[in-house]
Design a protein around this ligand. Structure first.
Ligand code: HEM
Length: 310
């Protein structure tokens, strides 16, 4: 019998098509390399090795959310991903796997499966069944509220370097003094955010985002600031459908400088895997069911990627 995670990845395949060798979500992406340097405030928040101030190397993969690698960058229903792997001094790695959405659609694995299934195209018409999606949303007020925040953000950006990317999940941060605080990550682009107008979208080629990033990096480094929004008592730590109030304190934890494309990752048979639960001493996962679900579903996708050509 298929596991829940296999069922999820199967349903994603029915939504986006099965594309052997590609990720079941965020199928198309581009790798970059650079460094991350923690700000002095980071040490007060966490004792994590990459947050002590010494620059560490990073590998970043920017991506489009679709599981179909042929979905054009100009699609008006897609989010963007930014997955970052930090090289720790002891040779281990730790990841932040973030997305351009401000919140997530659902708060449980079962709801995720049901929501993906509701969006599968009707085999006869090839179109999404609006009634099925409407019924799911009507039964899930948190999804309805989340969609109100998400839909306006699904506009193609000028650049991968002009989006904000959120971890959505909260993590626990433990410092040397043994103090624990909870927070959510946000990567903010130094270039500022900018979405394209309708005319600009129509004029862009289907793969403009990777081309634009290559040109941008050839002209100079691309920087992001990593900030953490600190939870206050009562803010939900396990519910990625809910945004915390913007007036919560933000701590700037560091700056990432991307210096070029990484043309060596995932060439040939190599499979790179980002995992939002791959934390390190000083950072802890919270009891967020979506966060706990992700590595299992990603493993199913990774196993299938290893089997197919990419
Ligand atoms: C239950 C909820 C979710 C499921 C089932 C799911 C599923 C997946 C799968 C199967 C992949 C491909 C993994 C691989 O082959 O390496 C993937 C990639 C990705 N997901 Fe999710 N995802 C979920 C929630 C999220 C959330 C909440 C975020 C952001 C906060 C997110 C961001 C990403 C990104 C950025 C990638 C691409 C990573 C890369 O570049 O390798 N996902 N997701």
């Amino acid at each position: 019998m298929a596991t829940l995670y296999e069922e999820i990845v199967d349903a994603m395949g029915e939504l986006h098509g099965v594309h052997p060798g590609y990720r079941a979500a965020h199928a198309r992406g581009v790798f970059c390399r650079g460094t991350f340097t923690a700000a002095p405030e980071a040490r007060e928040l966490t004792r994590a090795a990459h947050m002590q101030g010494e620059p560490v190397e990073v590998t970043v993969r920017f991506s489009n959310g679709s599981g179909n690698p042929e979905t054009p960058d100009t699609d008006r229903r897609d989010g963007r991903g930014m997955a970052t792997q930090f090289q720790l001094p002891d040779g281990e790695t730790t990841d932040i796997v973030a997305i351009s959405l401000p919140v997530f659609f659902v708060r449980t694995a079962d709801d995720f499966l049901e929501f993906v299934r509701a969006r599968r195209p009707d085999p006869e018409t090839g179109e999404m069944d609006v009634e099925k999606v409407g019924a799911f949303v009507a039964a899930h007020p948190e999804t309805q509220a989340a969609l109100g925040l998400i839909l306006p953000t699904l506009v193609p950006p000028e650049s991968y370097a002009r989006c904000v990317y959120n971890s959505l999940h909260a993590f626990g941060f433990l410092n040397e003094a043994g103090e624990r605080r909870f927070g959510r990550y946000r990567w903010e682009p130094e270039a500022g955010t900018r979405m394209l107008s309708d005319e600009e979208i129509d004029a862009r080629p289907p793969r403009y985002l990777a081309e634009e990033l290559e040109e941008r990096l050839a002209a100079g480094p691309v920087s992001f600031t990593l900030r953490v929004q600190i939870a206050q008592e009562g803010d939900p730590l396990d519910d990625p459908t809910v945004a915390w109030p913007e007036d919560r304190a933000w701590t700037t934890v560091g700056t990432m400088e991307l210096t070029g494309l990484d043309t060596s990752s995932e060439r040939g048979d190599e499979v790179v895997v980002f995992d939002p639960t791959r934390v390190t001493d000083g950072i802890e996962c919270t009891e967020d069911e979506i966060l706990a679900t992700r590595p299992h579903a990603y493993s199913v996708s990774v196993e299938r990627r290893r089997e197919g050509p990419g």
